[in-house]
Design a protein around this ligand. Structure first.
Ligand code: USQ
Length: 382
């Protein structure tokens, strides 16, 4: 397939680009380096500095013999985006081009506004670019499980049938996010659902849980092909952070009681899910929603697993419950459905001690790059 990957420089975007290229898809990656720039601005650079996108594709060509095309630009610039659709005529567009951090979105007014404008304008532009240029093109948008919040009922895969006063209808499952970033992900789903109903475009929304890991079949081919790996409070996800903290001898930062439960997924499975979604597009005028997680854990479960493997590897791992900077339930019911992607063929990589060991190995190799001041700054929701 001809695949346009928007946000192709990011934690998930670059490994997706290499994987799709390796599997024979024709890939164009686009990015405006927003993530890199925000990391630089806020002094939270990743564990190792990846080469720029042009350099990344040169290294990929050297290693694999395959081409990936690159454009550097902003998806919020409609003329730029339209030029990509006209020139490349993608069959699928993978939409990763959003500001992905919940804490960043709660930092201050400027950060909240950037999150709002970037996430909604990019999504709006993609819908219009498709409507006006490639109406058959399938949008695969990365959503988030966080849109559902932590309701006291089972979470369905996107939709719920409601019977009210003797009549029935099917609606999007109720959403009530616990950060402003997550709220923009509710809004972009609503926007796409409107355009699906109105224009008959094709969209898949993948409600993904926090991702962990840094190794895929392609990143392991050459150190220079590694993905952006953040361990700071704003751009690092919890399990990735805990591994770095364990290696640095920094007590694992469990927020509050640590009973917060989420659905997690290995980065390898993320990429597979994106491809499965892409290869199984909805009909025109249909919105597919999948819950993209493979197992659920509480923060306490993750801390204990990391501590056990870390101690076996000789690290002095401590766990510390610290005051929760976020406003979220610390003890709650959590039972999401996540069968759709398995039915399409996902064979999950679960969180085993071997997986944790291999994450430790990579982080230990870069231990001299860990800066403790980046680990916790306490961005408060309140
Ligand atoms: N947490 C801790 N200690 C930490 C960091 C996090 O206890 O040092 C807790 C958080 O309070 C939260 C849980 O761990 O309850 C997960 O936090 P996270 O930072 O790993 O994930 P989150 O902020 O929810 O966001 C991440 C990605 C986001 C994605 C989302 C999926 O940054 O892009 O959309 O995971 S989900 O959480 O399902 O909404």
């Amino acid at each position: 397939m001809r695949v346009l990957i928007l946000g192709g420089d990011g934690y998930l975007g670059w490994p997706t680009a290499m994987n799709f290229s390796a599997r024979g898809h024709e890939v164009l990656v686009v990015d405006n380096y927003l993530r890199r720039n925000l990391c630089r601005k806020h002094d939270v650079e990743p564990l190792f500095a990846p080469p720029n996108l042009y350099e990344r594709v040169r290294i990929w060509k050297e290693v694999s013999g395959k081409d990936i095309q690159v454009r550097v630009g902003d998806c919020c610039d409609y003329h730029f985006l339209v030029s990509l659709f006209k020139e490349f005529q993608p069959e699928s567009v993978i939409h990763y081009a959003e500001q992905p951090s919940a804490p960043y979105s709660m930092l201050n007014h400027e950060a909240a506004s950037l999150t709002l404008c970037n996430n909604l304008q990019s999504t709006q532009n993609i819908a219009w670019a498709i409507h006006e240029n490639c109406p058959e093109c399938h949008i695969v948008k990365l959503g988030t499980m966080g849109v559902y919040g932590t309701p006291n009922i089972d979470i369905e895969e996107g939709w719920i049938e409601i019977e009210h006063k003797g009549r029935k209808d099917r609606f999007l499952f109720p959403r009530q996010a616990s950060s402003f970033y997550h709220t923009t992900k509710i809004q972009d789903t609503d926007m796409l659902w409107f355009y699906v109903r109105t224009w008959g475009i094709r969209v898949t929304d993948l409600q993904q849980g926090p991702v962990y890991g840094m190794e895929t079949d392609e990143t392991v081919l050459d150190d220079r092909l590694g993905t952006i790996f953040n361990y700071d409070e704003m751009f690092g996800t919890v399990l990735n952070r805990f591994i770095v903290q364990a290696v640095a001898g920094y007590p694992l930062t469990v927020y509050g009681k640590g009973g917060q439960t989420r659905g997690y997924i290995n980065i390898r499975d993320t990429i597979r899910c994106i491809e499965l979604a892409m290869l199984n597009p909805p009909k025109a005028g249909q919105l597919n929603i999948f819950n993209q997680v493979t197992e659920t854990f509480s923060v306490n479960d993750l801390a204990e697993k990391v501590a056990a493997v870390g101690r076996d590897r000789g690290h002095d791992v401590q766990i510390k419950n610290i005051e929760n900077p976020r406003v979220e339930k610390e003890e709650h019911y959590y039972n999401p459905t996540y069968s759709g992607l398995k039915e399409l063929g996902l064979d999950p990589h679960l969180l085993t001690d071997d997986v944790l060991d291999s994450m430790f190995e990579v982080v230990e190799k870069h231990r001299n790059n860990i800066h403790e001041h980046k680990i916790f700054r306490g961005v408060k929701w309140g």
